[in-house]
Write a protein that binds this ligand. Structure first.
Ligand code: UGY
Ligand code: MN
Length: 248
């Protein structure tokens, strides 16, 4: 709850949205039990993908089949077990799973309070290229590369940079005072969750203070920039669509 009644930092505009935990309202999602699910970003906002935050309670679990969608699941906190296409995996904070279309999944055995951030996208096939397979990884095994040569702004690229993937999910970590090197304007869309720290995000021609827990949607061509502030590192995980021609 916000301290001041009638006030929110949430902003939902045509080309971007800033959402804050104080404004989150849960949805009931088929396949998920003993879980609180917040649909943070969805086509209802104008996005071409969805971003969900699922908090598992005691005995919380989610099961289903991805059908025509692909999922990227990132463990924000806690731990759980995943059964993906019949294979078991132990997941801890920082683990991630890529689920291709038509894949059976079960997330269960969670510690209370385990949080899963889920990006869902309708997969766009590419002629002559095979669809990606399941991937299970952990952010600790992905080195952070200086972004465009800036050692204070490091990027961890969680999925292989290969043409079969039509999405990318990266973790961007900034030292306090570091910035996105320039104001980006690009065809790719973003869904973003702040993981740590704080800073100021420029969205279109507006500037917003942001902190861990906040969520941002950026439509294609939304001008964007970030500066980390506050004396501690700031970081976010974000989605983008990649590797497909504009008229796919
Ligand atoms: O990959 C990106 O487009 C990234 N540099 N954008 C961002 O952090 N807002
Ligand atoms: Mn960008």
């Amino acid at each position: 709850m916000n301290n001041l009644f009638g006030f929110t930092r949430d902003v939902v505009k045509e080309r971007y949205a800033l959402r804050t935990p104080e404004g989150f309202v849960p949805s009931v999602l088929p396949g998920w039990r003993n879980a609180v699910a917040v649909v943070q970003i969805s086509p209802g906002m104008g996005a071409n993908f969805s971003q969900l935050l699922v908090t598992l309670e005691k005995a919380g679990e989610g099961c289903g089949n991805t059908a025509g969608l692909e999922y990227f699941v990132y463990v924000m906190a806690g731990k759980c077990r995943a059964k993906i296409a019949g294979k078991q995996h132990a997941l801890t904070a920082g683990s991630y799973v890529y689920l291709p279309t038509r894949t059976d999944f079960l997330f269960a055995g969670a510690a209370k309070g385990t949080q899963l951030l889920i990006f869902q996208k309708r997969f766009v096939p590419l002629a002559g290229v095979e669809e990606p397979a399941v991937i299970v990884g952990h952010q600790k095994n992905i080195p952070g590369q200086p972004f465009l040569g800036h050692k204070d702004a490091r990027l961890q690229v969680l999925l292989p940079e290969r043409p079969e993937f039509d999405l990318a999910v990266n973790i961007f970590t900034y030292q306090s005072g570091a910035t996105l090197p320039f104001v980006e304007t690009h065809i790719m869309e973003h869904g973003l969750a702040m993981l740590q720290g704080q800073g100021v995000y420029r969205l279109d021609a507006d500037w917003y203070p942001v902190r861990a827990g906040d969520v941002i949607w950026m439509a294609p061509y939304c001008p964007q920039w970030f500066v980390a502030m506050g004396g501690t590192p700031a970081g976010y995980i974000y989605y983008k669509d990649v590797n497909r021609p504009p008229l796919a």
